[in-house]
Design a protein around this ligand. Structure first.
Ligand SMILES: [Zn+2]
Length: 276
């Protein structure tokens, strides 16, 4: 006859079997496990996927997506639960990166403290952009991967930061491409245009495209938009033109990728490909 102690032991052994020895749900991922990375996943569409305990939306084809922030130094838990309750757990620790930090001393006070009007204006812009990035749609265009929006030389990278007179400024979250005013900008993935504003204070002509499940692309400093809010766009479709609007030193395209309000690295998003 089993006493209570033995029953407990058997239960523990069974849990061990479920978690460690069998791979029931087969976790398929594409993208790097690195700070700033976008990761695409695929599983059976009747499974439940959680990331650190939060349920990730799953498409009808079983596609899901998540990302790691610029300075993410945590270990995350990706858990897949099958309809019969069997679970598979994968722990993910993003690889640390070295970002380019530029220290500049002796900046004039006037530049250090922008005028109050500019501050108010940029706060309004920020709120509008943030709202657009909260879009949670059931689109699954992110799952087909991304293409570069233009073919210019890269002049600015994700994560770099300037420190003025010892005060760290906001890191640069985009991928900057050199270009001429009027050069065509293509949609990196299909999606819906969720915002276009022609004259934001810092970012000038600014467009946001929703690729689904909280993934959006932003384009900054545009001179022109060929589409309007609400339009559906195809991957590779010309949607805008390069410009130098807003606060910038010259014409270029600044492309950003967001997972809701988390900034991801477009260069790493390009490495996440569609999973068959
Ligand atoms: Zn930029």
């Amino acid at each position: 006859m089993l006493n209570t102690k033995n029953t407990k032991l058997i239960t523990l052994c069974l849990i061990g079997v479920f978690f460690n020895q069998h791979s029931f749900a087969d976790i398929k991922l594409s993208g790097e496990i690195k700070q700033g990375a976008l990761v695409i996943g695929k599983t059976a569409n009747d499974n439940v996927v959680t990331f650190d305990g939060k349920v990730l939306p799953l498409s009808e084809y079983g596609d899901y997506v998540f990302g790691f922030s610029r300075d993410d130094d945590k270990t995350h838990q990706l858990m897949i639960t099958q309809p019969n309750g069997e679970k598979e757990l994968k722990t993910l620790t993003p690889l640390k990166r070295q970002y380019d930090i530029q220290r500049i001393e002796g900046i004039a006070k006037k530049i250090m403290n922008p005028n109050p009007k500019a501050v108010t204006r940029s706060k309004q812009d920020g709120a509008q952009v943030s709202t657009a990035r909260q879009t949670l749609s059931t689109k699954t265009d992110f799952a087909k991967g991304f293409i570069a929006p233009i073919t210019g030389i890269i002049t600015g990278v994700y994560g770099s930061q300037r420190v003025f007179n010892g005060v760290p400024k906001r890191p640069h979250y985009g991928l900057d491409y050199a270009g001429k005013t009027g050069d065509p900008v293509k949609a990196p993935a299909a999606g819906t245009v969720v915002m276009f504003v022609s004259d934001m204070f810092y970012s000038g002509g600014t467009m946001i495209i929703d690729h689904g499940h909280g993934i959006t692309s932003s384009f900054l400093h545009l001179s022109k938009s060929y589409v309007k809010t609400g339009d559906e766009v195809k991957k590779g479709q010309v949607v805008a033109a390069v410009g130098s609007s807003g606060r910038t030193t010259g014409p270029h395209l600044d492309w950003r990728i967001n997972w809701f309000n988390m900034r991801l690295d477009p260069a790493l998003a390009l490495k996440a490909v569609a999973i068959k």
